[in-house]
Write a protein of this length. Structure first.
Length: 278
């Protein structure tokens, strides 16, 4: 019997207490006795990077993408490509809207080109700076953040504008990944509408100082303020993927303050702006 192993011996083979070992990237324990966990961030994106793919298309498989941890002003090659695609599609859809659809564009190609340039100068900056504001705010919190266009959303928007002369488009969004608090995530969302308020205010200052001095300049100021008012107000709505829902989740008072500000811009645009520009 002395040479036989006690069948109960396996109870003692494994330590019933979890052994705490320090990760290689840390050498000290926290005050609560647990080792600090290494900061690991894994980011996945769909093949198209489309945030609205479930609405406008078939969801694709996710794939790992490299995380850039340098300057907050860094734009990857794929991000620049997606911003360019969204800008061109947004401009094209607006030009179709201004000319009454594809039939109007074919009937008056000169007007179509003029309105495309007008959209590029007045509406597109509001869209681009809105998205870049999200990105910069997220990067300030140490998150990975890049814009990804929605190809199906862009196609839907351009086709709708061409057929009906109506712009309803989900061009894409800034994808954010990282460890953030509810407040930080809310501030990332708020950065977009705040940027539109700032751009609208610049337009208002121009309207007050140089409004009425030149017809072309008045048109640029008018559509600049219209664009930023609409972009700010629409994104403050507390629905779906819009910024307003994230902001309201963080702080109801702040949500209402900025919603009122953005709606006030739209009210001013349609009731006071024309008179101000003379």
């Amino acid at each position: 019997m002395s040479g036989e192993r006690d069948p109960r011996a396996h109870w003692l083979d494994d330590d019933p207490f979890d052994k705490k070992t320090s990760p290689g990237s840390h050498s000290a324990a926290r005050d609560d006795g647990n080792w600090r966990q290494p900061h690991i961030r894994v980011v996945h994106a769909t093949g198209s990077g489309a945030p609205f793919v479930r609405i406008f298309g078939v969801e694709e498989q996710s794939r790992p993408i490299p995380v850039h941890t340098g300057s907050i002003w860094h734009f990857s090659k794929i991000e620049i490509e997606h911003l360019t695609q969204a800008t061109l599609a947004f401009t094209l859809a607006l030009a179709f809207m201004f000319t009454g659809g594809i039939m109007g564009a074919l009937a008056n190609t000169t007007a179509f080109v003029v309105y495309a340039v007008l959209a590029l100068l007045t509406f597109t900056p509001g869209f681009l700076i809105h998205e870049i504001a999200h990105k910069i705010q997220a990067r300030k919190y140490g998150c990975w953040a890049e814009f990804r266009a929605s190809p199906s959303g862009l196609r839907f928007g351009v086709i709708l504008a061409a057929l009906l002369g109506i712009v309803f488009m989900a061009p894409g969004a800034v994808m954010v990944a990282g460890n953030t608090t509810k407040e930080q995530f809310g501030k990332v969302a708020l950065a977009g509408p705040v940027s539109n308020v700032a751009l609208w205010t610049i337009g208002l200052l121009c309207a007050v100082t140089v409004g009425g001095s030149d017809v072309i300049l008045d048109e640029l100021i008018y559509y600049w303020m219209i664009a930023n008012g609409i972009l700010g107000a629409l994104n403050m709505l507390p629905f779906g993927p819009l910024d307003g829902k994230k902001i309201r989740t963080w702080s109801v008072p702040i949500f209402w303050i900025w919603l009122i500000i953005c709606v006030s811009m739209v009210w001013f645009n349609f009731t006071q702006l024309s008179a101000l520009l003379g």
